[in-house]
Structures are given as C-alpha cells and as structure tokens.
Design a protein around this ligand. Structure first.
Ligand code: ZN
Ligand code: ZN
Length: 585
C-alpha cells in the first residue's frame, strides 16, 4: 500500500493524574499573546495526560511513563477536556488572528472528541487493539532523537507498568469485536520481538554495566510475558453475541464529524460519491470506446460498458516497467514533475527545499512503491523524505500484479500524489505556517484531499500530453478514492456484506481480487479514515469553484493554490471560511 507515513498517534485515551488542568487566560487577554500562552500550557498538560502520544510527536519529557488505563484515569481525561473547554471559552475567537482562529477550533474539536471517546464511543471496551503498547516502545528504540543509553533507560522505566497495564486492559474489555481481536493478536504477537529481541540487541551496543543489563532484560521478559498472556486471554474470551465491527449510523456520523471536520455529513458525502462514481463510469465508457480501435482493431466491442472499460484498462496495464527498474523509474519522475509545475506556473516550489529522495529504510520495508515521511511536530530540523521502495526479492507473480497496478500511467500519477505537487509540496508549505497545534492536530482529509486534487490539476494543465489513456487511467485511480468512501459508509452504516463489497470493488472499480480483499480487511478494522481522500478532494474542488466565482477576472489558479496551502494542514471548511469570509447569517 502506498501511504504517507506520519509520526502521528491518535489522541487516544490520555491517562494520568495531574491535578491542574486548564488555565484561565490573563486579565483582558482577548488577544493572540494570551491565546498563545494558553495553547502552550494546554499542550504541556496534554502530554502529561498522554505520554505515549507525546513520545510519538517527538516530545520526550515523559518517555519513561506508561499510564495504566484505569477507569479513574478515563474519568480524569474527561474532566481535563471539560476544564480546557472552559478555558477556551474565555477567548473570543473573533478577536484572534486567522492562524489562531483555526487553532482555536482545532483544540475545541479535539476536546469534544476526547469526551465523546470516553462517554459515547467507549472503544476501550470493545477494541482490544487500542491496548498496544509496542508502538511507542519501538519508537523509543528506533528513532535516534537521544543517545541510545538514555533511550534504553527510559524504555526500562516505562516497562515497569506493562504487567499492570495488561491486567487493567482485561478489566476494561467487555465485548470485543472479533475482527479487532484477531488484529490485536497479529499485532502483539508480531511486535513482541521488540521486547524479546530488539531491546537485548540494542543493550549490547551500550556501556550499561552487566548487572544493570541483567535487570533490564528480566523486566523485558516480564513485559513480553504480560503481552503474550494478554493475547492468550483474548483468544479464550468467548462471547455468544460479539459486538459487530460495524460502527452503526450514529457513532459513524459523530466520528466523521470529529475526524474529517467537513461541512457535510457522512451521508451527504456518501451520496456525492455515488453520483461521482456514475459520472466517472460515463466518462470512462466514452474514452474506452474512443480507444478501442487503437488497441483491439476491428474486434467487436463488448456491449456491457463495465466490461468494455475493464478490457481497455487491462490492456493498458500491460505497459509497465521491469521490477528492477521500478525504483529508478520513480526517481526519474521527480525532475519532470518539477519542470512541469514551473513551466505551467501552477504554484511556487521552494528552491531551498528540494525533494530528498532516498531508498526506503529497512525498518519501513514492506511499504513498496513510494511514501513521504515527515518529521514530528517537535523535530524542527528534521528532513522530509520521499521514500522509494524496491521490488527486489518479490516473487514474479506478485511483482507482475503489482506492476500492472502501478503501470506506466499510474506510476506518474502516484508521483504527483506523493511528491510534486502533492504531499511533499503541501508539507513544505505547511511548515511555513508554523503552528504546533496545526501540526499535532493536522487534518487528514485536507492532506489527502490536496494530494488527490493535484492529480487532475496536473492533467488539466496538460500533463501526459492530454492522452486519453492517461485520463482513463486517472479515472480508474480516482475511482479507488470514490469507492473507498462508498465502501466505508455502506459497510459501517448500511450493512453491506463482504460479497457485495468485493463485487463493487472488482466489478465497478476494476480492482484486482487481492486488492479488494485487502480493502475489505481494512474496512473491517478501521472506520471513517477511508472517506478522507474523496471528502477532502470534493471540498477543495467546491471551494475553488466558489473562489473563482468570487474573484471573477482576477482569479488565477496559482494564486488559489498558494493561498489555500498557506493556512497549513487545517480542515478545508476552516480554510474556506478564511478565504471566502464567513457566510452572512
Ligand atoms: Zn506485465
Ligand atoms: Zn496520500
């Protein structure tokens, strides 16, 4: 899978026992200075509540702490959110700068989401995968932000609570979802080597005295035992009527509201995706009819339009690079994309921040293709990388199927999406709008939406020489985002079956069986995230249309792109308010 790797952990269950929560803004503090002071204080307390998230954001003051998920800690989190809502309410958001207006709303959304998690979603009772301590331990081991000795000592101290943590997890879990139970077993059994092997390997590289090392290894064994014990306990849990992995309408709409932060409801976005799918099929049929004689000569055209489109796509997919050329083919795209963006004057690319292309590091291996990885919010000097994976060692059949998917056309679109002017370019702009709040609570729908938006923007400007083949393949690629939205909503809200889902993905979105099966697995262990691509794309397109209308003759694509990106990774609806002015009530 191609995805953007970010050092972002969801603000999950923050748990601790600090006494002082919110802070009142200073007297007469309806201004940005007071608000900035408040946000600093808020973050400091947030990290105290949630040391695991802090570590993964690059804030390392609480690396040695593992908070046990007790009920009283959950209640504490709920109160923490409430008192911060009170603090926030004392600011008049209208008197703040544009940048702070967005931060205000992002914090507000986050606080509401925290309370909703504790009181309504209650996933700590049914999602065992929320009890995965391994990621943070692995982060401490693998990221070189501090000397190894120091990281290992924090690792050791943090391990002290692992047995208590899993004992408490067993108390919290009431009715686990079977699919999530399986996922948890996979993740924990796969990841426990961090305690059983990686930690010991790292210890050997240090000068920590032997006696101490022995003690540290003993604790690692206790941790591994606790994790294995938990998975055994989970597998023995029997429930006559297990909870469904389907979220249901009410929780789904709420989660959509908090995670996507759209002006539309999930149902409205779903409806728009259904309409979009129909439109795409119509356009794809036209292009396929046009291309048929070129590839099939006088052979009879299939009557069924979906079959016709499928045949043409299948034929075009055969144009792909050799496995050993995959990596270099991606690298070669970058200068071409840069040159095109400049030539068409689509937006300014910062010459001081050239794209750093690197071979995918070993610890990320498995993410074939390409991805962008960016430094955490607290890692100011860190580089942003374009990671390119190789297909070395892949079985021929697997490589062939993958290369057909990432054929000559899609490969170019992939580079637009991941790098220029997609994710990479957006990140460079986002870093110029420095706000810790925006980089911590960054909006996934805006980020993915931007990457999707740039694909047709490039094609519209003539990228790919206006070849119908390129456009047809983009439609196929785009159908994936559109069908992600349809699938996610249909499965979680409307009870779509696995058979219906696979049929839609293979038959109507032209996906390979393996890809469709993978997508089914993803939709059964996640919710809402799959809608971010299409929702963000649609909102940016709608905003651009309105912006164009507002500016009339003065509208310029480049100016729109740069202005849009200047606000940072904020929800499109907030950027829209600032770009268009608040709608009059
Ligand atoms: Zn082939
Ligand atoms: Zn993306």
């Amino acid at each position: 899978m191609i995805k953007r790797i970010l050092a972002v952990a969801g603000m999950m269950l923050a748990l601790s026992s600090c006494k002082k929560d919110g802070m009142a803004p200073e007297e007469g503090g309806h201004d940005d200075a007071a608000f900035n002071a408040y946000t600093n204080h808020f973050l400091e307390n947030l990290w105290k509540e949630n040391p695991d998230a802090a570590t993964q954001m690059g804030y390392h003051k609480y690396d040695s702490i593992l908070v046990v998920p007790t009920t009283s800690n959950l209640q504490h989190l709920y109160k923490f959110a409430g008192s911060n809502m009170d603090s926030l309410a004392r600011f008049a958001s209208g008197s703040l700068s544009d940048a702070n207006k967005i931060d205000y709303q992002l914090i507000q959304n986050e606080l509401q989401k925290m309370q909703w998690h504790v009181k309504s979603l209650r996933d700590y009772e049914w999602d065992p995968s929320s009890y995965n301590v391994i990621n943070t331990f692995a982060y401490i081991l693998n990221e070189h932000y501090a000397p190894l000795d120091k990281r290992l000592r924090n690792f050791y101290e943090k391990m002290a609570n692992v047995p208590a943590y899993y004992k408490e997890a067993q108390k919290q879990i009431k009715n686990p979802v079977p699919e999530l139970t399986d996922l948890t077993a996979d993740q924990l059994n796969g990841g426990v080597s961090v305690f059983e092997k990686d930690f010991a390997d790292s210890l050997k590289k240090t000068k920590i005295p032997d006696a101490m090392q022995k003690q540290m290894l003993a604790r690692a064994k206790q941790s591994a035992d606790a994790i294995r014990g938990f998975t055994v306990w989970l597998s023995n849990l029997k429930s006559a009527k297990p909870r469904s992995f389907r979220l249901g309408r009410e929780l789904y709409e709420d989660k959509f509201k908090f995670d996507i932060q759209s002006t539309s409801t999930a149902q409205q976005v779903f409806n728009a995706a259904v309409t979009r799918k129909k439109y795409l099929h119509g356009e794809m049929a036209k292009l396929s009819r046009q291309l048929w004689p070129k590839y099939f000569g006088k052979a009879e055209m299939p009557k069924d339009t979906l079959e016709l489109i499928g045949r043409v796509i299948d034929t075009l997919s055969a144009k792909h690079v050799k496995p050993e050329e995959f990596q270099s083919a991606i690298e070669k795209q970058i200068p071409k994309l840069e040159a095109f963006v400049k030539q068409k004057d689509l937006l300014t690319l910062d010459p001081g921040k050239p794209l750093v292309v690197r071979k995918e590091p070993a610890y990320m291996a498995g993410v074939a293709g390409a991805s962008v990885s960016s430094p955490g919010p607290y890692d100011k000097g860190g580089n942003t990388y374009f990671n390119v994976g190789s297909l070395a060692g892949w079985a021929p059949a697997r490589a062939e199927s993958y290369l057909r998917e990432y054929n000559q056309y899609i490969l170019q679109i992939l580079c637009i999406h991941e790098a220029i002017p997609g994710h990479y370019t957006q990140l460079v702009y986002s870093n110029k709008a420095p706000s810790l709040i925006k980089s911590i609570f960054q909006n996934g729908a805006m980020i993915e939406g931007w990457a999707v938006y740039t694909e047709p923007m490039m094609l519209d400007a003539g990228f790919g020489n206006n070849e119908p083949e390129m456009r047809l393949m983009w439609y196929k690629w785009h159908l994936r985002s559109v069908c992600n939205t349809i699938l996610d909503y249909s499965v979680h809200v409307a009870n779509m079956s696995k058979e219906q889902a696979i049929r839609m993905l293979t038959h109507e979105a032209f996906q390979q069986q393996a890809e469709a099966e993978g997508k089914w697995k993803r939709v059964s262990v996640t919710s809402v995230q799959l809608t971010s691509y299409f929702t963000g794309y649609k909102e940016i397109m709608d905003l651009r249309t309105e912006y164009q209308k507002k500016l009339g003759d003065k509208y310029k694509l480049k100016a729109f792109n740069e202005k849009f990106l200047s606000y940072g990774s904020a929800p499109v609806k907030m950027i829209k308010e600032l770009m268009l002015g608040k709608p009059k009530e």
